[in-house]
Design a protein around this ligand. Structure first.
Ligand SMILES: [Zn+2]
Length: 61
């Protein structure tokens, strides 16, 4: 699978991993990334205002 950018075509990219998004899962590339984003959104929603949120940089396969 090639990963070459196509000039002139603004393809949506997965906000999670940056891969080209899947048409059926836009803007995500996979169900997994979709769940990841959902989890982030929820955790952000549950965050208490005034509490500094530390950015997580975990990369688990
Ligand atoms: Zn992705």
């Amino acid at each position: 699978m090639r990963d070459k950018p196509t000039p002139g075509t603004k393809a949506a990219r997965c906000p999670i991993c940056g891969k080209p998004s899947a048409p059926s899962l836009r803007p995500f590339c996979s169900e997994r990334c979709k769940q990841v984003d959902l989890g982030r959104w929820l955790s952000g929603s549950y965050a208490v205002p005034g509490t500094p949120v530390e950015p997580e940089d975990k990369t688990e396969g």
